[in-house]
Design a protein around this ligand. Structure first.
Ligand code: CTP
Length: 394
């Protein structure tokens, strides 16, 4: 079981409909599922491993004899929350029903104890054959979800029941299996991300190493769960985001203004941004010559989160803490001082976290049990924080 309960193995059987599974994979990713593709060896005749690796962003293995040191049939099984086998051929269904384990996919099916949904696609004669009918019946009796194939035209001139169902119908059924609900519909989520820059002169600034990746992960997860999202983005790339309101800012003062305008109407504030704690007392219009660039006089920036904490009405407030020592004590002190409900503290010593796709740290809450996370994806952390925000919203 994974930390975000969204790890899916997409098993691909050797049917011509394998090409339709490419679109299925994309649509699943749009809905926040994290996919590992496990094709059967013969399905690679239809869609090759390179396509699956490129689309999923993960290595693709189809035999237990590849990368044996990783013991894939156990390691993948351990982290998987759901199986979706699409398309499933008559042969693949027969092998699963018989408990065979002659490729990686069937090994994984045997080695896991999570919901498995099968989407058959084959010639109508094969679908209606007594052997397939008995195998499907047996699998359903064991708790497998086996979708009915569509009725219609097949690859050749034949028609009948055996067509790969529409991708939207597969997703709808799969969402029902996984309980992937749009539980944030009607909720307004305000997120800050990236790192502010405080100008010294026209070419120099005081900045920090924040990449904004965590705020992107939260924005995507919140959108996927149906929320209305507003991102205040400081010096970060937001080109992978759609369907949300983005305000681009540079400095802490600009971020303060952007947040102030939206805070009152939001249900949840997630303050991911690394705000510069200080700025130059004076920003010089002309570039400072190097001979004169020897010291910068600084003054403190306001603490944006603490300020908003004082204006809080019923908003759930989530902060982040970047620490290099005394992680838990320092973060708990910030949780109280800034009037937060939740704080995520991560250890940023030795360049850990910044720019990476994974994070290790601790979710500390005003009420409720803390959660320790080790090397989980930023997507997983995003969903855990949103789960908690929703719980606090009631
Ligand atoms: N924060 C803020 N305004 C600031 C500084 C920080 O809103 N001027 C927010 C950050 O977005 C984060 C939280 O406060 O959600 C904690 O930030 P962090 O940098 O860990 O702590 P600081 O309050 O800056 O304290 P210190 O630098 O002493 O650790």
């Amino acid at each position: 079981m994974s930390a975000n309960a969204r790890e899916v193995v997409l098993g691909v059987g050797a049917g011509i409909a394998a090409y339709k599974a490419c679109d299925l994979l994309r649509r699943l990713q749009d809905r926040g599922y994290v996919i590992t593709v496990v094709p059967t060896p013969s399905s690679l005749n239809f869609v090759g491993a390179a396509t699956w690796a490129a689309l999923s962003g993960r290595p693709v293995t189809s035999q237990v004899w590849e990368n044996t040191h990783e013991v894939a049939h156990i390691s993948i099984a351990e982290r998987t929350d759901f199986f979706l086998i699409a398309p499933a051929t008559a042969d693949l269904i027969a092998r699963i029903a018989a408990g065979r384990a002659d490729d990686l996919l069937t090994n994984l099916v045997l080695a896991s104890d999570v919901p498995i949904m099968i989407v058959p696609a084959m010639h109508p004669q094969m679908w209606n054959d007594a052997a397939t009918v008995a195998n499907v019946e047996m699998l359903r009796a064991r708790g497998y979800i086996v979708m009915e194939p569509d009725v219609g035209r097949l690859t050749g001139s034949d028609s009948g029941q055996g067509r790969f169902p529409e991708v939207s119908a597969i997703i709808e059924r799969f969402d029902a299996v996984t309980g992937n609900v749009r539980d944030l519909i009607g909720r307004k989520i305000l997120i800050s991300g990236g790192g502010t820059r405080e100008d010294i002169d026209p070419v120099r600034f005081i900045g920090n190493r924040s990449s904004g990746k965590q705020s992107i992960a939260i924005a995507k997860a919140a959108l996927q769960r149906g929320a209305e999202v507003h991102l205040v983005a400081a010096n970060m790339d937001t080109s992978t985001l759609q369907d949300l309101n983005v305000t681009h800012v540079e400095s802490a003062a600009q971020m303060r203004e952007a947040l102030a305008g939206t805070f009152e109407s939001c249900d949840v504030l997630i303050m991911c941004a690394a705000v510069a704690d200080a700025k130059p007392v004076r920003t010089v219009v002309e570039k400072i010559k190097k001979s004169l660039f020897t010291s910068i006089e600084l003054e403190a920036n306001p603490d944006l989160l603490a300020e908003l904490g004082k204006r809080k009405i019923s908003q759930v407030m989530i902060g982040f803490a970047a620490e290099t020592s005394n992680l838990i004590e320092s973060a708990r002190a910030k949780l109280v001082a800034k009037g937060l409900d939740i704080i995520y503290v991560n250890d940023v010593s030795n360049g850990a976290i910044f720019g990476k796709d994974t994070t290790s740290g601790m979710i500390l809450k005003r009420t409720g049990a803390d959660i320790a996370l080790k090397e989980v994806s930023k997507d997983a952390l995003a969903n855990l924080l949103l789960d908690d925000a929703l719980r606090q919203l009631g």
